[in-house]
Structure formats: C-alpha cells, structure tokens
Design a protein around this ligand. Structure first.
Ligand code: M6R
Length: 617
C-alpha cells in the first residue's frame, strides 16, 4: 500500500513542546520532570506556563533546565496547585538566546499563550502589519506573531479564533495554545511539525516527542498535517478545513522506552552495555530460531524480486550503518547498492524507477536532511523503505514499508546501540533478500548460526573492559588519531572516528588501510597513534602488510584483533565469520572512545554543539 503524502513540510528547528491538563495538581513539577528527561536533546532556553482556573504563571529562563527549575522554585511553592500547563525548549533560530525570545509567547494581556515549533515564513510581513495596527512586540521571534494574530482574531471561542488565524500563517508548525478564559481547554495544531497527544487515567499529555509520551500514556493520538484538535476536559474533537474528523486513540505500547541511567556514569556506556540485549530482541522479532528462517512478515515489502538496485540514504552514524549495510547487500544479497549522504543527495539527480528501492536509515524520526530526500523520492513515486528506531516517527509514517530496529530509547547523543541495531537489521535484510533468491541454504544457515552467537561474543569483549579502558585513557594524551581498516572494517573505522570526534573532541581520521600510502602517510609520525582494525578475515594478510609499513616507521599501533605481534597495544577478539566481524570491532571502538572521553572529563552524553535529533537542514 502506498501512503499518500498530501502535504508535508519539514520541521526546521530543534525545539520541543510539552503540555498537560488533568487531575494532577502539580503541573509545574510534571512539566519540569519532562524537560529534565528530554534535556539531552539539546536546546538553549526553556519556559513554562502553568495555570489553575484563570490564574496563570509564566516562568522562562535561558540555559539548562536546572536554571529554569531554580527559577520556578523561587516563584512557585511546591504545594501550589496548577492543573494545566504548556512548556517549551527552544533552539534559537529567529533572534538570540534571551528570555524575551523564549516561549510561551502571549497576547498583549497575556491571556492567550502559545508554544510553537517550526517556522512562520511570512512572519516579517505579518509583524509589520500588526505593528502598524498598534501591537507591541517583545521578542524577535516568528512565534510571537502567532500570539498577536490570535489576539487580533479573537472572537470569544478559542477554537474559532485559531481557525480564523491559521490561514494567515504560511510555513511549518506545531502549536499548543491556551486561553485563560477556557482553562479546561487547549488547541493543538499540526502542519509539518510533529506533535502528539496521549491520555492516561490522570490526564492528557502533549509532546512533540513520541518517546516522551511513552513514559506516561496508555493511548495516543496522531494528527495529520493540516489538522487541529480542540481538547476540552477529557474529550477531543479533530478538525481540518472547517470540518469534523473522527479518529480514535491508538494503544501506545512503548513502555519499554523507559529512560534511566541506573548506576551508570553515562547513558552512553549503559547503551553500549545494552547491545547484547538489543541483539537478542532483534533476533526474537526477526528470526525463527527453531527452523533457522527469517520471519517473512518482518521484512514486509521486500518480496519484490525485481529490485535491481538499492540506494541507502542517511546521515552521521546512520550513514555508516548504511555504508556497512551496502557491503553486505552487495556481498550477501548480490544486489547493486549505493549509499548516499542525505545532505549531499539533495543536489544529485534521483534515479527513480520500479527496479530501484530507496532505504532511509535513521535512529530518530526527524533528521531533516534525510526527510528532505525522502520527500523528493516520494514526489517522484519512487519505492521507499525505512529503517527507524523510534516508533511512531514521521519517517515510518511516510514510506511504503520498513522495519523498526527496536533498540529502545537511546539517550546519549553518540549513537551506539542504535548503530548496532541498524547494522543487525540490514544484515538480516541482506540475508532475507538472498534467501528470497533461492541461493544456497547452507551458507544462509551458517551466517545465521554465527549471527546468533554475537550477543555472547559481545559479552566476552566486555570482560576486557579494564584493558580497553587503559588503552582508551592512553589515547586521551594525543591530539590526532588515525583509524585504519579494510573491507568490512572500513565503515567501522569511519564510525569510530566520528565517535571520537564527537565525544572526546580529539581530531581523528579514518582511512581504508590500502589508502594509507596514497597520501595520509605524510601526516603520521610518532605523535599520531594508529588504531588498526585487523580481524582474522579474508584480507588479514593484506592488512598485515599495511601494519608492517607503519611498524617499520616505529609509529604507535593499537591492534584490534590480529595477533598483536607488531603492536604497542593489543585487543584480542573472539573468532567469528568475516561478514559478522564488525559487530565485535564496533564494540571495542565504542569503549575506547568512551574511556578516552571520560578521562578527558568531557560531557559525554551531551557533547558541545550537538543535539540528538538534527531537525535543521
Ligand atoms: O537520527 P538519525 O539516525 O537520522 O541521526 C543521524 C545523525 O545525526 C546521528 O547519527 C549522529 O551522527 C550521531 N550523533 C552520531 O553518534
């Protein structure tokens, strides 16, 4: 079934919306708790509005949630009663990081308030027009224009006021709007920027993040683009173009997305440790262990024997997962496969035909660059497939078929278990495509049999944590590091290099080992350690020659796998098949990067300048 996208605009900022209305009397604490949990996503200011009847309080602050929390505790007593509220974290786009620019934005009398994600493209024109009328603006944002327009259109009813206002706005937005005079109501609008609504026995919750709702609600409601909903008490009505639409809430069963660091120092290391469990979960969902077959329905949409070409599209770590996937699709499934960086793909001609399948890989649900390409392929009616971690995401709702990687919530900005889940799913996909083509069963079973062993082999690697930690800490003394690998290890070298840059801020380069002599050798001396991924695979001896080139110059070598004879540091690994070796080397690389960054005292889960979901182009 082809999903029609009638109108789709992309969210262009990295802001988050939350809201609550219900029986609880501590809405200020509910909202702050939420903001705290989602802090890892990255933002630069936050604000809340809480209310009880027509009494409302707005508190805003720049910086971290702790700054807002301190401000709230100085202005609101813990015992104060508030039964509804809206909250927002802002990533500055229109105007600097100031309290004035922080949401919620209000009408002149502060009786109408709005939190906004997205962009109002015609805001400058509207602002000029409103100023000429008499309105005063206190912020530089496009969002304040919405509040003043609502005020200008007010007609006593919040719903009709909003309906009158929306046609005047152009752009992409999600809005949550309150009105002092209707304290038991809120209006929620979605056009090109996600916002969901969920319900449990205590109340109604809003969030632009499905994962955030997973902690609290049993039922969830999606709005389609162009729809708005009027929530009153426990009831809701959905409207689009002035007409009522009927839609039921769906059961939300993502309770396992619980987010807690337990006893770990960082989410990253917790998520690295979860990888064997993630692997087992993927096996449970995709593989029938009794007869060593793959669940065909888990690869729904892949039965088409005519696909002659697969094109992966992704960014960052997901790109490296796709890069590794492309090796496997080519070598295991024997299908022509390209892998494209989404932000570059936007400028290239699209080869769309019945025999080509575009696979979009993303941990999150809002990577703007990836979504942009998806939109272009969909506009040309190309075949699309998604591989996504976050259930209920935009990508998953906008493509023909796909599969959830089911890694669970990944909180650390550095992607670890999501990468392993993506690569495991793509591996199974290549196996599925292969088995569909009736190639030899023994090889299929051999690969699957060894694949089942991976969680145990990962656990074996964890037994060497202390040793890996000592090498990671040594690496922290250097300012440049080189990563080399060959064949299946090339994508891992790139991924590792990205991870090091991201969390340790150490400059690093990754190269296919064979490329060393074509230029990079000039950069290396005794101050640049070389991390050499050296599995005992088909290309082992080629790698050994490269390793000796380095050794002859007396440079520092950390050999991952191999026999350690020529290495300054050696990390031995258990045996597996060539095709599966990246599942082991990647764990070592993650641990090395983690311990190196930890020694340097970096903010590992929230590295500087980065955010978990990159919703800007
Ligand atoms: O959510 P996505 O998988 O689409 O994100 C893509 C990249 O932004 C992401 O993988 C990024 O590179 C990670 N922070 C790397 O650890």
């Amino acid at each position: 079934m082809r999903v029609l996208i009638s109108l789709y605009l992309f969210q262009k900022n990295m802001c988050w919306i939350y809201g609550y209305m219900g029986d609880a009397t501590n809405t200020h604490q509910i909202l702050l708790r939420w903001l705290n949990r989602l802090e890892y996503r990255g933002y630069d200011s936050a604000g809340i509005l809480v209310g009880y009847g027509s009494e409302q309080k707005i508190v805003k602050s720049v910086g971290k949630v702790s700054a807002l929390t301190n401000k709230v505790s100085s202005l609101i007593a813990e015992s104060d009663v508030y039964t509804y509220g809206i909250a927002h974290t802002r990533w500055a786009t229109h105007g600097g990081v100031t309290e004035e620019n922080t949401h919620p934005h209000t009408s002149t009398e502060s009786d109408i308030a709005v939190v906004h994600n997205g962009i109002i493209e015609n805001y400058a024109k509207l602002k000029k027009w409103l100023i000429e009328k008499w309105y005063t603006f206190y912020s530089e944002t496009d969002s304040e224009v919405i509040a003043k327009l609502l005020e200008d259109n007010r007609d006593g009813e919040l719903l009709s006021t909003v309906e009158k206002t929306l046609p005047m706005l152009s752009g992409a937005y999600a809005l949550l709007i309150t009105h002092k005079e209707s304290p038991r109501s809120m209006v929620w609008v979605r056009l090109g920027s996600p916002l969901l609504f969920g319900r449990n026995k205590d109340g109604i919750y809003f969030s632009s993040d499905a994962q955030a709702l997973a902690w609290v609600v049993d039922e969830i409601l999606h709005l389609e683009d162009g729809e708005l909903a009027h929530i009153h008490e426990w009831n809701y009505s959905i409207r689009a173009q002035g007409k009522n639409i009927f839609r039921n809430l769906e059961v939300f069963d993502e309770k396992d997305l619980l987010v807690s660091k337990w006893d770990y120092d960082h989410f990253m290391i917790k998520e690295v440790d979860e990888q064997p469990a993630v692997f087992k979960r993927i096996l449970k969902w995709r593989v029938n262990i009794e007869d060593m077959t793959l669940h065909a329905d888990a690869f729904h949409g892949m039965q088409n024997e005519n696909y002659k070409k697969i094109v992966f599209v992704a960014c960052g770590t997901s790109y490296y997962a796709a890069f590794l996937g492309s090796y496997r699709i080519k070598q295991i499934a024997w299908i022509h496969c390209d892998v494209e960086i989404a932000s570059e793909m936007q400028y290239l001609p699209l080869d769309v035909n019945d025999e080509t399948l575009y696979i979009f890989v993303s941990q999150s649900w809002e990577t703007a660059d990836t979504l942009e390409v998806l939109k272009s392929v969909r506009d040309k009616w190309g075949n699309t497939f998604w591989i996504v971690n976050v259930v209920g995401s935009s990508i998953s709702r906008m493509t023909d078929f796909g599969l959830f990687t089911r890694a669970g919530a990944e909180i650390g900005v550095a992607s670890t278990k999501a990468f392993v889940a993506q690569t495991a799913c793509i591996f199974l996909l290549s196996l599925f495509l292969w088995s569909r083509r009736n190639l030899t069963k023994w090889r299929h079973d051999q690969l699957l049999q060894w694949f089942l062993e991976i969680p145990d082999l990962m656990e074996e690697i964890f037994e060497q944590k202390k040793h890996i930690q000592s090498i990671g800490e040594e690496l922290s003394k250097y300012t440049d590091i080189f990563y080399l690998g060959r064949w299946y290890q090339v994508p891992i070298a790139f991924e590792w290099s990205l991870k090091m840059k991201e969390i340790s801020y150490i400059h690093s380069e990754a190269y296919p080992a064979g490329e060393l002599k074509h230029g990079p050798l000039a950069l290396i001396d005794e101050n640049v350690p070389i991390i050499f991924l050296h599995p005992k695979d088909m290309v082992f001896h080629h790698n050994t020659s490269s390793l000796q080139e380095v050794k002859a110059r007396k440079w520092l070598i950390c050999e991952v796998w191999g026999d350690g004879e020529d290495a300054d540091w050696h990390i031995p690994l258990p045996d597996t098949l060539d095709e599966l070796s990246p599942f082991l080397t990647v764990v070592v690389t993650q641990l090395l990067a983690y311990y190196c960054a930890k020694r340097l005292g970096r903010d590992i889960d929230k590295p500087r300048n980065l955010a978990k979901s990159v919703t800007v182009k």
